[in-house]
Design a protein. Structure first.
Length: 465
């Protein structure tokens, strides 16, 4: 089967990203454009159009309009995904050899740019759920403990990254955290890839957006949490701690020289769509519908985990002795495609399409899964063995330049990693170059499982000493 043939494949229910549900919730004007002659929209950066970094043109006009609408200094469309704009943001905050604070659930794209640019990450741990095995939203007191730690004495922190909401939809009160960091004179980048639509629904009982909380930099994924095409993103800039021209230079450093005009149009139309009154009311119906789905499924004894994003359905498979990877394979065979399997849970993304007959279908599949699994496992979440604050023993960039060898994971204990161990999704690194691999971490990795696989025969590159 060819790639193009596979892309025509239909599923009973695609509950994964992008959130436009395979085109059914794309912005109307984008749909109209796609109905024109094939490829009509595929044009270069003509003067009238420009690029996200141009001084004039339709793209600049659109970005300026959105910046004014949301009272920020500036904003930029991105066509390299949220990853590209996150990386540009990191480069605008920290210079080579400087330090940034990162939570343990940071996205791999940020680790990669640290490796390339010789920026040193300082990791801080997060509180942990004994039920789901997932990180809990960060609290102000927890972050204050991090920032006041003696381990950070005499270290100049060039910036901090906060992830909010998490992949599974858990969200914190973001404004107190931003204000706290600013009190320590630390600029704040918020990875809000999974919370773009919060910005448009502040009156609808959703978490506050980091844009409104005046974080210095906020990155949105327009395909994960709006209705844009894959790879579309937005970077919002507020305040004067980080210079606008420096941000633009770093975007220019990483951005493709041939930005796809359809993706640029998708950035524009997905945001405009949420500003249009009638469309917004339709999306609010989807949010209300999602909340009702959750309540009804819980009332039918389907074990769901409460989260702050109504569009995420988290099935607590572990409470019935079924790991999320096994459940994922079952649902996939039935044509119901999830977004994120983990040891204790399976997460589905409802997206912005109307979900008719979802409740009965989901309940019946859950009951069918229960009857099909005869042997249940004694699943217990295992807390990640990370210290409250950890600094890699060797700068990650340096560790990539040293000689390394591949060894079995069990033989890596006590050695310095030269690898990134990172299951995707969710794309959260479990070990990075420069970190010493403790026995506790190896035990945890093996027990946790990577993508549901047996790690006893897993190999990792370590430095030669």
């Amino acid at each position: 089967m060819s790639i193009s043939s596979f892309l025509r494949k239909k599923f009973s229910m695609p509950l994964f990203f992008p959130s436009h549900s395979r085109g059914k919730a794309l912005p109307k004007k984008l749909v109209q454009l796609l109905r024109e002659e094939p490829g009509l929209w595929d044009i270069p950066e003509l003067p009238e159009l420009g690029t996200p970094l141009s001084d004039f043109g339709l793209i600049k006009d659109s970005q300026d309009y959105f910046a004014k609408k949301f009272a920020v200094n500036s904003c930029w469309f991105g066509v390299n995904g949220a990853s590209g704009l996150l990386q540009s943001s990191i480069l605008s905050m920290a210079n080579p050899g400087e330090y940034i604070l990162l939570p343990r659930n940071i996205h791999i794209s940020i680790i990669k740019i640290c490796l390339v640019a010789n920026i040193i990450p300082i990791f801080f741990d997060l509180e942990y759920s004994e039920i789901t095995g997932q990180y809990l939203p960060i609290k102000e007191a927890w972050l204050k403990k991090i920032l006041k730690s003696n381990l950070l004495n005499n270290i100049k922190i060039s910036g901090i990254v906060l992830v909010n909401p998490y992949y599974q939809g858990y969200s914190c009160e973001i404004k107190p955290l931003v204000d706290l960091c600013h009190g320590f004179e630390i600029p704040v980048l918020v990875d809000e890839a999974h919370g773009s639509y919060f910005l448009f629904c502040e009156d609808y009982g959703l978490p506050n957006s980091a844009v409104m909380a005046k974080a210095d930099l906020v990155v949105h994924s327009l395909h994960k949490s709006l209705n844009g095409l894959t790879q579309t993103a937005m970077l919002w800039h507020h305040g004067n701690i980080i210079d606008k021209s420096k941000i633009a230079k770093k975007i220019n450093l990483l951005q493709t020289t041939s930005p796809n005009s359809l993706l640029i149009a998708s950035c524009d139309e997905s945001i405009k769509d949420w500003l249009e009154k009638d469309s917004l009311e339709e999306y609010k119906k989807r949010i209300k519908e999602a909340r009702n789905i959750y309540k009804e499924l819980v009332s039918r004894d389907v074990p769901l985990i409460k989260t702050d994003d109504p569009l995420k359905i988290i099935l607590n498979t572990g409470s019935y002795g079924i790991d999320g990877f096994t459940a994922d394979k079952f649902f996939y065979k039935k044509g119901v495609i999830s977004e994120l399997p983990e040891m204790m849970t399976l997460t589905f993304c409802l997206g912005f399409e109307e979900q008719s007959n979802f409740i009965d279908m989901f309940e019946n599949l859950w009951k069918s899964l229960l009857s099909s699994i005869k042997e249940r496992k004694d699943l217990q979440p295992i807390k990640p063995p990370f210290s409250l604050i950890q600094i890699p023993e060797i700068p990650p960039s340096e560790s990539l330049l040293r000689n390394s060898q591949k060894v079995n994971l069990n033989q890596s204990i006590g050695r310095i990693s030269a690898d990134i161990i990172c299951p995707y999704p969710p794309g959260i690194p479990l070990a990075i170059p420069g970190e010493r691999i403790e026995k506790e971490r190896v035990d945890w990795l093996i027990n946790q499982g990577l993508k549901g696989e047996n790690l006893l025969n897993f190999y990792i590159n370590v430095l030669i000493t």
